[in-house]
Design a protein around this ligand. Structure first.
Ligand code: HSE
Length: 354
């Protein structure tokens, strides 16, 4: 008999991408699907739902009838509902996009092309809570899994270029407003007038800074030692995904791309390896990684958010040894869609694995 699946937060950006991917892959045929809502219980559910009305996302009885719950509703919802549901004795599978349960001892982080053995062990051990990792972390590991598989990575310094969609739908809409507002101020001006214009006015209520024609080297709240939470996640989440400690740190930067997060990496390798071997390991790791030739043409065409956004491709390029020191320092640039491999796709695949 097919399992009952409850979907929560399916109207948000990650939720919509998840539902679209599930439709495209025919996943809804595998489950009896129930759509939940935090505000519109009783109204009509989407066409593809097996249960024709929306259920109340705060109704513990309705939730506990589910074999599997998948939530893209966000951390506040998870914190409010998850603990109480578990305490009530519910022992179903909880799959979550939010960060709230990521470091919980009873959860497993999911990114199956990279950590299928960790996931299988967790399932065998009776783990019932599976969480998608931070988008930059997942995309980094998807791009470099060939090097991790060979145990070649000693540490990584990453400088990210993160899309505005990582800040949520309202930020995307405000960014569109900033584009228009700046557009008006530079319209039909000369180059000198544009670059001498140093006081652009734009709406910054949601984003909290001027992003259009600018950037923001601060994402999320502050943790210890001047690090941001986004930067802190890299090492702890990557280590949990891989099942062993890996040191990663750097600066996370918000830029004006829309869906794809990019990262400029310095990798310290554990030993000296031929560049061609490194390229083969990266490019042949799995079907979603695309090794991009280190040429101006290929780099401009493919190491670009316009190329990866809306696709499952994780592009990896600018692969070369750094010309500083003699310490096996590798330079790489990688990017991918933060809503697909960065968020929805690992969760969708976890449903099928269950
Ligand atoms: N923390 C990410 C960002 C969101 O701010 O870009 C994607 O999970």
């Amino acid at each position: 008999m097919s399992k009952s699946l409850g979907l929560i937060g399916w109207r948000g950006m990650v939720g919509q991408v998840l539902v679209d991917r599930m439709k495209a892959e025919g996943d809804f045929k595998k489950f009896k699907s129930h759509f939940f809502s935090t505000s519109q219980a009783g109204e009509s559910a989407p066409e593809l739902a097996d249960h024709k009305t929306l259920l109340d996302a705060y109704d513990k009885k309705a939730l506990s009838d589910m074999d599997i719950i998948i939530s893209c509703q966000g951390g506040d919802y998870t914190k409010e509902v998850y603990g109480a549901l578990r305490e009530s004795g519910w022992n179903g599978y909880w799959i979550d996009a939010a960060s709230a349960l990521r470091m919980d001892e009873s959860s497993c982080l999911v990114l199956d092309p990279v950590n299928r053995s960790v996931i299988d062990k967790a399932l065998n051990d009776g783990v019932k809570t599976f969480v998608g990792a931070n988008c930059t972390v997942s995309l980094l590991l998807m791009g470099l899994s060939g090097l991790f598989n060979e145990g070649l990575v000693n540490w990584i310094s990453t400088m990210s270029y993160q899309a505005i969609s990582g800040s949520g739908a309202r930020a995307v809409e405000e960014y569109a407003k900033q584009i228009k507002e700046v557009g008006v101020q530079i319209n039909e001006k000369s180059a000198m007038e544009i670059i001498n214009h140093n006081n652009f006015s734009m709406t910054e209520d949601v984003i909290g800074a001027k992003l259009m024609a600018g950037l923001i080297p601060w994402i999320d709240s502050e943790v210890e030692g001047g690090q941001t939470r986004e930067e802190w996640k890299a090492s702890v989440e990557a280590s949990k995904i891989l099942g062993h400690q890996i040191d990663i740190d750097g600066t996370c930067v918000r830029v004006g791309s829309l869906r794809s997060h990019a990262q400029a990496l310095t990798l310290k390798l554990n030993k000296s390896v031929e560049l061609s071997t490194i390229e083969n390991l990266i490019g042949e790791a799995h079907q979603w990684v695309e090794l991009v030739e280190n040429s101006p043409e290929q780099t401009k065409a493919k190491l670009n958010p316009h190329y990866t956004s809306g696709t499952l491709n994780v592009a990896v390029g600018r692969v070369r040894m750094l010309k500083i020191g003699n310490e096996n320092l590798l330079n790489i640039f990688t990017l991918g869609d933060q809503l697909l491999w960065g968020a929805a796709e690992p969760l969708r695949r976890m449903l099928s694995i269950i």
